[in-house]
Structure formats: C-alpha cells, structure tokens
Design a protein around this ligand. Sequence first.
Ligand code: ZN
Length: 396
Amino acid sequence: MLIKNASILFGKELDFIANTDIKIQDDKFQQIKSNIRPSRNEDTIDCEGLLIIPGFVNCHTHIGDSIAKDITLNRSVDQKIHPVSGAKAVILKNTDKKYLATFMKNSCYSMLNKGITTFVDFREGGIEGVSLLQQVVSELPLRSIILGRLEFYQNSTEIKKNISLPSDKINELTQLLMKCDGIGISGANENSSSVLNYYSQISKIRAIHSSETTQSMAVSKKNTGISETQRALILKPDFLVHMTHATPNDIHAATKITRGIVICPRANAALAEGIPDIELMQKTGCIIGIGTDNVMINSPDMFREMDYLWKVTMGIHKKRIDPREILKMATVNGGKILKKDIGVIENGKLADCIFIDKHALDLEPMHNPYASIVHRASESTIRAVMIGGKIVIGKI
Ligand SMILES: [Zn+2]
C-alpha cells in the first residue's frame, strides 16, 4: 500500500513533516519519503488533509473490571481495589465469566475507536484470568500485552518472616508464564523479598505497581522499614507503575534500574492521591509512559489522559511540559519501555497509526500539531486507525 501526500509525526522525536509518502509492506512501514512511485498494482491512497501519528500505547490497564464502572465511588482506595479485600476483587471472583468477557470486549472496542493500538493489561485471576482475556482479544485486531499474576498474596507476618513462594505456586507460575507476556504484580506490600526475588528471575516482562498511595507507602515503612519502591525494585522490574508518592531517591533509583515508569494521572486523581513528580522523572532521564489503569475507575482514553496531564501539571506547578513530550509518553515511550517495534512511524516499525482529520472542526487551523493532538483531538477527529498495515477502524 502507498499512502500519498500525508502530514506525519515522524520518528522517535515525532518530527512534523508537512507532506510525504509512506510505503507499507506486509505489516510494516517500509519507506517514508516524498514522491515514492507506486509499484505495479499497488494500492495508492491520497491522504491530503490527514495527519498520521503513531498508534497510542496504553501501558497500563485492568480491563477485567470493565463491568464495575464507578461502583464504590466514595470509598477508600483499598475498599475499591485492594487485590484481596477490595470490591473489585470480590466482583471479579463472583461474576459469571461470560459477563466479564462481554464488558472487557467493549473496552477493547472503545480503545480501538480512540486510536489505542496496543494495551498492556495487568490481568488478575491467575491462569484462568489470562485465558479469559486471551479469548476476548483473539477476536480483535488490537495488540495486547498480557501480564498475568498468581492469586497469591502474603500478609505482613509472612513478609516479615520472608516466606518463600511455595512449590505448588512455582508450578502454577511456570504454566501461567507459558500463556502470557510476563508478570504484572499488584505491589511489594503483598510479597516477601524472597518471592519478589524469585519473580526477578522470570525472563519475560516484569512489572509492578509502586508507591501509588500514601497508605501503601506507610505500610511498607511499617512492615519492612524501607520504602515501597526500594522493595519493588527487588523484582528488577522492566517498569514500575504509578510512583505517585515516590521520593526523589525512589525516582533516581527507578531511573537507574528500570526501563521506565508508567504514570496514570487521571486514575491517581480519581482516587484523590495526587499527581506524580513528572518534572523530576524527566530531569533524571526516566522514560515515562502513560496508562489509563482500571476501567472501573477511569475511561480507557489516551486523548483525555494527555489533556489532563498537560493541564494539571501546569495548573499545579505553573510550569509547562512540552506537549510533544506528552505525546511521546503516549506513543514512542511505550514502545521503548516494552522494547517492541511500536509507537513510532519509522522504516521497519510495525505499521500501527492513527489518521487524524486536520480539517476537523476542533482542530482547524492546526498551528501546533502537538498541542492540537494533546488537548483538542478526540475520537471524533479520527478518520481511521491502522494496525499492522491494515485499516481496522474507519476509512481512508
Ligand atoms: Zn493498576
């Protein structure tokens, strides 16, 4: 396929090119330059008026709780989402899997319509939970990275005694990992150092929630004497999620040891937990990705996430983050954190992208494409979404 006369945000720096052609072969961007001649019988599409940006990489979701939208709205974080005692855990356990799957699928369609081409789900429910999500995504073009977990949570006494992972759980873990892309741990507070250390030897993706709430920070200090992030780093995680209350030392250590931090600003705000220190993360050279977290708490919409992040950081700190950097967090950085050929329009990368209508009512005249995408674009300004070289939503 040959795309002619498109504006694009090219490469890892999302450089704006006003007019160029893109050749797509198989599932990849093969060539990007102006005046490419079509080969014989090649589909040629004139994309005048469209801006092509990389597909969004939603680096942190729990779509399993899509059935529980806005329940327990005024309860504490633990009452909502504690992995053992929270309302979410009870609902996931007691609801017919068929109903869970229906609403998980709806969230996948919602993400596709909003230009999310890859999502990383922290799937609860052990092997069964992973299988259910796999079944849902198998019928959809959306790319999924499924990080499973054992339904194995230790209490403070077991953590203090540093109890190891029991042998039946070791076997279960081996089977779980054969079915998914890695492990997404609920947090260091439910795992002894010995268990975290065992998980650190997993050769697939390792990720963990960390320093999400003031309460989880306090629990870690009380039970172990050290910070939650310091303990989370025992996992040697590829990335950490949240870091809302991380100390400067935690952020420095995370930047050194991990590939990046995934922030979930709207979910943190919805739980009245504040906003992570993005400025310090940027100063330390940390790669920042964005996730929309639980569907129960927040909508899986990266446009809203970027808009909110931009405004709330300006509102609180009276400082601007470059909107280009925010757009990178939603695209390029996700590819870097996950070490996948996604999130960037470049030769050889997977052809996942969004075709934005530059003449949309909300966008024209587009004086700054980065600001336009970050705080004006929405599902309604998308003309089409492409995954792996195929148009999966809309038409060009
Ligand atoms: Zn989460």
